[in-house]
Design a protein around this ligand. Structure first.
Ligand SMILES: Nc1ncnc2c1ncn2[C@@H]1O[C@H](COP(=O)(O)OP(=O)(O)O)[C@@H](O)[C@H]1O
Ligand SMILES: N[C@@H](CCC(=O)OP(=O)(O)O)C(=O)O
Length: 388
């Protein structure tokens, strides 16, 4: 088997047409709770079967597919006798724990009708932001695809706390698309496309193509969704921009149009790829890691990390905010408090203050050899805002 890192996606990212989807060797498809449920929020087995049928057809045509499926919390509503989607974290965890198994049972049956085996892959943001776990998730997904299995990914809701949650599966799908180096991402929802105003308004019309974020100026995108999903269109647009910024074209389309969407028909809203594919783990660092604290830098350090591609040294750090352990994700801010980078910090918030402003030589003298490491190593740092 080829190592994951060696997979070279076909250069489909420049394609402006939806036909990219038909030519894709590997796609990630995400389906939201609103498309998998019927009145009252209970799971709709027919909707599960419909998405399985469309993905199986794509598989038969030679495309590898990874499905990111929401619906665990929704599937837990009826068995637990709840009136609606729970709002508190503990009940959401309970509902997801009950519902995830039921959801997978439906998918297992639906894909088995096509002779396909499915695999459950549950991820938390924290699991995948650290190098070891990130590689682990990547290796598992790659192996499943090589074995001909359809991986079905969801957030590990039963153990994800508010602090470490992805929170919305649109973002999870964009990051998974990057991890498996997909040729395209498809976000399926209960509305047939992105509209320039709320789709319930008669004055709103469908947007066919978004070639860059600038096209979205003046477009009203709201977080008001179906009530069973989270984030409305806002999280889908953000996820589409994350994916396209990482070289992965993205289609937002109606779940009922899934077969046409995967065929490259003129449905939904097509977001063209805008950026090159960055090194994989950095995308997680930029978008998935929930920062536990902040490091304030002086101007020289800001320049060194944003333009000099250097590691962050204690000498350039002037302040520490928050409580964190060594290895936690932190925001790195300039003297005005603007976030310029994110990174995994090598010291805890307790250890850092006495090291601030000190050179590596001073650190060695004070704390001994081995205690002069960088505050954030370059490999664990991603610049999110470059200043002139
Ligand atoms: N500009 C917009 N264009 C299309 N849909 C929008 C827009 N603004 C808000 N929405 C709402 O977003 C909803 C989809 O989000 P959500 O309910 O979270 O779905 P999912 O469960 O698929 O993630 C749609 O039902 C629609 O009402
Ligand atoms: N992980 C949760 C879904 C969270 C979520 O983003 O839902 P949705 O907005 O419907 O895609 C679940 O399975 O219920």
């Amino acid at each position: 088997m080829r190592a994951t890192a060696e997979r070279t996606p076909r250069d489909l990212s420049r394609g402006t047409e939806r036909t990219v989807l038909r030519a894709a060797q590997r796609v990630v498809v995400k389906i939201g709770s609103s498309s998998l449920t019927r009145g009252g929020g209970a799971l709709d087995p027919a909707a599960v079967a419909a998405v399985a049928d469309a993905l199986a057809a794509r598989r038969e045509a030679g495309t590898q597919v990874v499905l990111v499926s929401s619906g665990a919390i929704a599937a837990g509503i009826t068995p637990l006798g709840l009136a609606a989607r729970p709002r508190d974290l503990a009940t959401q965890q309970a509902a997801a724990s009950v519902g995830q198994g039921l959801l997978m049972a439906h998918y297992t049956r639906a894909f088995a009708r096509h002779g396909l085996t499915v695999a459950q892959v549950l991820l938390t943001a924290e699991d995948v932001v650290r190098r070891g776990q990130y590689k682990n998730a990547q290796r598992a997904l790659e192996r499943l695809l090589a074995l001909g299995v359809v991986p079905i990914v969801n957030e590990n809701d039963a153990v994800a706390t508010d602090e470490i949650r992805f929170g919305d599966n649109d973002r999870l799908a964009a990051l998974v698309a990057h991890v498996v180096q997909a040729d395209a991402l498809v976000l399926l929802t209960d509305v047939d496309a992105l509209y320039d105003g709320h789709p319930s308004l008669p004055t709103s019309s469908r947007i066919g193509v978004v070639s860059s974020a600038a096209d979205l100026e003046g477009v009203t995108v709201t977080a008001r969704g179906s009530g069973v999903g989270t984030g409305g269109m806002t999280t889908k647009v953000t996820a589409a921009l994350t994916a396209t910024g990482a070289g992965i074209p993205t289609l937002v389309a109606g779940a009922t149009d899934v077969a046409d969407a995967l065929e490259g028909q003129d449905v939904g809203t097509w977001f063209q790829a805008t950026g090159p594919r960055p090194r994989t783990r950095r995308l997680w660092l930029a978008h998935a890691a929930h920062a536990q604290g902040r490091l304030v830098l002086d101007e020289g350090a800001v320049r060194a990390i944003t333009h000099g591609k250097r590691s962050l040294l204690a000498a350039g750090v002037t302040g520490v905010e928050g409580t964190f352990e060594a290895g936690d994700p932190v925001e790195i801010v300039d003297p005005d408090g603007t976030v310029v980078a994110r990174g995994l910090v090598a010291y805890s918030s307790e250890e850092l203050p006495e090291r601030l402003g000190r050179t590596s030589e001073q650190l060695r003298e004070l704390f001994g050899t081995g205690h002069d490491r960088e505050v954030v190593n370059r490999d664990d740092l991603v610049v999110v805002r470059r200043r002139r």
